[in-house]
Structures are given as C-alpha cells and as structure tokens.
Write a protein that binds this ligand. Structure first.
Ligand code: RB5
Length: 143
C-alpha cells in the first residue's frame, strides 16, 4: 500500500500519480488534499509520513509546489527518510543507498511524464542492503 498526499500546489500531479496507480492496480491510500484550494503542506506531509512510519503503508509519495516544504514536514517524523527527487538517477540512488521510504516531488517543477518515471524508479528499485549503507542509515536514526 502506497500512501499519497499533497497540498494545492501538488494536487494536479497527485492526480497523475493516482491515475497511474489505478491503471496499474497499485494499491494506494490518498491522504488529501482533494482539490486546488489553498492549504497547508505540513498537514499532509505529516499524515503520509505517520502512515509510513506506523507500517500502515509501505512507502509514501508527497507533492507540493516545489516538493521542499512537504519533504521537510515528512522528515520530521521518526523513521522517515523522504527524498526530494526530480530525476530517475536520484530516485534509484536514494532507494539503493538511503532506503528512502518516501518520495517528494514538486508539481510546479516537474512535468507528468518525467514525474511518473521518477515514481516508477522509486517504487521498483530495491535497497542495496550494503553494509556501509545500513551503517549510515543507522547513524541517521541516532540523530
Ligand atoms: C504553496 O504555495 C507552496 O509554498 C508549497 O506548495 C510548497 O512549494 C512549499 O514548499
């Protein structure tokens, strides 16, 4: 189950992502927002992050205008490693190296085609499991 969330700046791109999920039978839970009315990205970043941190959802995808505010909000939740990616190389690398459990994107930064390639790379790339990466991720948890 993939948790998704956005603010008004990410709403259109979230619709693109959830359409892709529907067409490909990928289960998801939508934490809002549900329209383009102005709202506060920390609310939605936190809601998605808590669903991932609790184990309710396996991974999360959050979208605001830039992806920056909502990724900062998500990364405040313990256990969350939310990576802001607008290219496939970064999306693959953050799965392989950081075992990122959330992806953030900016709906005003990236178009729908490239964004879906980023989503696919994020969802389909496994963590490398390399000892050095496990050690570094543990260090992140220590604060
Ligand atoms: C909203 O206008 C905008 O600030 C928000 O979507 C996001 O880009 C914040 O980081």
């Amino acid at each position: 189950m993939i948790a998704v969330g956005c603010d008004h700046g990410g709403f259109e791109l979230k619709e693109v992502v959830t359409d892709y999920f529907k067409k490909n039978n990928i289960e998801y839970k939508d934490f809002g927002t549900y329209n383009t009315e102005s709202c506060d990205y920390p609310v939605f970043g936190k809601a998605v992050a808590e669903a991932v941190a609790s184990g309710e959802c396996e991974k999360g995808i959050v979208i605001c205008g830039t992806g920056i505010g909502i990724s900062i909000a998500a990364n405040k939740v313990k256990g969350i490693r939310c990576a802001l990616c607008h290219d496939v190389f970064s999306a693959k690398a953050t799965r392989e190296h950081n075992d990122a459990n959330m992806l953030a994107m900016g709906g005003r930064v990236v178009g729908p085609g490239p964004a879906l390639e980023v989503v696919k790379a994020f969802l389909e790339t496994p963590f490398s499991g390399d000892e050095r990466h496990i050690r570094r991720i543990s260090m992140l948890e220590e604060g």
